[in-house]
Design a protein around this ligand. Structure first.
Ligand SMILES: [Cu+2]
Length: 163
C-alpha cells in the first residue's frame, strides 16, 4: 500500500513537471533564443548545431586580443570562446571597421549603454562568453573592444574571410 502511494506521488510529480515544460514561459524562452536571420556585411548569427570549429580568443588588460588575426573560410560557422584574463571589463564586437568606429563613438558618449547582439560578447574579468557566428561572405572584417579607450588603445583584431 505504501509502495503504491509512492508510485502515485512520483507519477504526479512527473506529470506536473511535464505540464511546466509545455507551459508558455518555456515557449517564450525558446522564441527569445531563436537564431536571427539578419544578414550583416560580415555574416549572420550561427546555429550552434552547425559549428565548424571553435576558436579561443583571450582579452587582456594590455588592450590586446590573442590571437589578433584569424583566417576563416566563407560559410564557416565559428564558436568563439572569448575569455577575459584581465581585471577590468572587456568585450568582443565583430563588424566592419566603419561599424566598429561608429559604435566606439557612441560608446564614448554613452559609456553605460546596454546592448546585446549575437555578434558581441561582454565578458567580466575571469569569465568566458561565447559568440556563434557564420561568416557568409569573403572580406576583411574586425573585432574590437568598444569599452571607452580600449579600441583607441589598439584593442582590435582582424578576420580575413577567404577561400
Ligand atoms: Cu577592452
Amino acid at each position: 500500500m505504501k509502495k503504491l502511494l509512492l508510485i502515485v506521488t512520483a507519477l504526479g510529480l512527473i506529470m506536473s513537471g511535464a505540464s511546466i515544460a509545455h507551459g508558455p514561459s518555456d515557449k517564450a524562452k525558446k522564441e527569445k533564443k531563436a537564431i536571427s536571420s539578419e544578414e550583416k556585411p560580415f555574416g549572420r548569427e550561427g546555429d550552434p548545431k552547425n559549428v565548424s570549429r571553435t576558436i579561443k580568443v583571450d582579452m587582456s588588460d594590455k588592450m590586446r586580443f590573442t590571437p589578433a588575426e584569424l583566417t576563416i573560410k566563407p560559410g564557416e560557422t565559428i564558436r568563439f570562446e572569448v575569455r577575459n584574463s584581465g581585471a577590468t571589463m572587456h568585450e568582443m564586437v565583430l563588424g566592419t571597421m566603419q561599424e566598429l568606429k561608429e559604435h566606439a563613438e557612441v560608446m564614448k558618449k554613452h559609456p553605460g549603454m546596454e546592448h546585446d547582439e549575437p555578434y558581441m560578447a561582454h565578458v567580466a574579468p575571469g569569465k568566458t562568453e561565447r559568440i556563434v557566428w557564420q561568416f557568409t561572405k569573403p572580406g576583411e572584417f574586425y573585432y574590437g573592444c568598444l569599452i571607452p579607450g580600449h579600441f583607441e588603445a589598439g584593442m582590435v583584431g582582424k578576420v580575413v574571410v577567404r577561400k
